[in-house]
Ligand binder design. Structure first.
Ligand code: GLU
Length: 427
């Protein structure tokens, strides 16, 4: 039986303001390249911020009003692109940060999109399928003028997936009186979703991890890894890294972390999760440890693939991994960056490491516009090429400016958006 009792939003955890975290990196990169004031002012301000109230009939017959957001940070390089998050601790500041990260992410991998993000304050795990469908349709109806294949193209994020994207596509299409598959990506394959999209973010994490390990002269066959988060990103990253010969010693989800020095059988963990209501609770392939302890394990590579601000000034000094590959958006707070740099830990930043998802979203949108379907081999080959060259570009930029890979990725992105802005101009 699905529950639908109202739950107050959880208080924001001990976390930094994600928008400020994003801005401090943006400021630093803007300083390094001497970005002019006018462009700076334009790039720091989101183009559009929409807040909607969504009255939804719950299964008990009563209406509940949900709050939803959609922020378009930039549409300089093309239509806004970015996911929709369903979670209890969604805030406007978080959505603003995530929207800006999408702008930089799309620019880093050189796809013709701006950045956007959406969120609804809700607890999808406590809602029935019917309630989630009505909520998704209400959200789409409220934003029907914002979304569009040439305006703003949503996709999945935490708490949403192909099912929600199908409802969104259907609701938007009803309003237009025709099927508009290119309004959203991450759809089920039968509705114009792309082969390879589900695993694309995890695959990009694996590809950039391999590039970084090559630079650090680390042999995957002799390296260990801990993956925080076992959702779409973490589980696919884990299985692909394991396929490349790495030993995945720890995995986790919100129920806890599981550690096995000899390596966790990732396929078994995925199978367990699938049979166990989507959670790892009770998994016996490793010893149960704290989620925070996972980050400090003696492993070679750490993949935070859950939520924001898990690596902070408090725990950054305890991290033993030589390489961090950010599967999540914003897992490292700005003031942890320096500690990691001082300890010579290489960080493949979120806007590069997890850009594989939006890259294949772009392929999905292109296929929708062509009315054609590419093979998974073609998708993976093209996405891998884009991710590898984005890594190389960031790496060379880091050497050129003598900055971290994170700052280098921001520099690449800001330079591209700033150049496009100079051509397009304003009022
Ligand atoms: N939500 C994903 C991200 O943060 C995917 C966005 C997209 O495909 O548009 O990158």
């Amino acid at each position: 039986m699905a529950k639908s009792s109202y739950i107050e939003p959880a208080p924001i955890k001990d976390r930094e303001n994600p928008f400020e975290s994003m801005m401090s990196r943006f400021n630093e990169a803007a300083n390094v390249i001497g970005l002019d004031n006018e462009t700076y002012e334009v790039l720091k301000s989101p183009v559009k911020q929409v807040i909607v109230s969504l009255p939804v009939t719950m299964d008990n017959g009563k209406k509940r009003v949900f709050t939803g957001y959609r922020v378009i940070h930039s549409n300089i390089l093309g239509p806004a692109k970015g996911g929709i998050r369903y979670a209890m601790d969604v805030t406007l500041d978080e959505v603003k940060a995530l929207a800006a990260w999408m702008t930089w992410k799309c620019a880093v991998v050189d796809i013709p999109y701006g950045g956007g993000k959406g969120g609804v304050i809700c607890d999808p795990r406590s809602m029935s399928v019917g309630e989630l469908e009505r909520l998704t349709r209400a959200y789409t109806a409220a934003l029907v003028d914002v979304f569009g294949p040439d305006q703003d193209i949503p996709a999945p994020d935490i708490g949403t997936g192909p099912r929600e994207m199908a409802w969104l596509m259907d609701e938007y299409s009803r309003a237009q009186g025709r099927t508009v598959s290119g309004v959203v990506t991450g759809k089920p394959i039968v509705l114009g979703g792309s082969l390879g999209r589900v695993e694309a973010t995890g695959r990009g994490v694996m590809i950039t991890a391999m590039s970084a390990m090559q630079k650090l002269k680390m042999n995957p066959l002799r390296s260990t890894c801990a993956v925080q988060g076992f959702g779409n990103v973490g589980s696919h990253a884990a299985i692909l890294l394991e396929e490349r010969g790495m030993r995945i010693c720890a995995i986790s989800d919100h129920t806890g972390a599981y550690y096995n020095e000899r390596g966790i059988d990732i396929r078994a963990a995925i199978e367990y999760r699938t049979k166990n209501n989507g959670i790892l609770e009770g998994f016996t392939g490793g010893d149960k440890i704290d989620n925070e302890a996972l980050l400090e394990l003696p492993v070679d590579v750490l993949v935070p693939a859950a939520v924001e601000d898990v690596i902070t000034a408090k725990n950054a000094g305890n991290i033993k991994a030589k390489l961090i590959v950010e599967g999540a958006n914003g897992p490292t707070s700005a003031n942890a960056d320096k500690i990691l740099a001082d300890n010579q830990i290489m960080v493949v930043p979120d806007i590069l490491a997890n850009a594989g998802g939006v890259t294949v979203s772009y392929f999905e949108w292109v296929q929708n516009r062509l009315g054609y379907k590419w093979s998974v081999e073609r998708i993976n080959r093209r996405a891998d090429r884009i991710m590898t060259s984005a890594f190389d570009k960031a790496y060379h930029t880091a050497e050129q400016y003598k900055v971290s890979l994170r700052l280098a990725a921001y520099i690449v992105a800001i330079q591209k958006v700033a150049e496009a802005y100079r051509y397009r101009g304003g009022f």
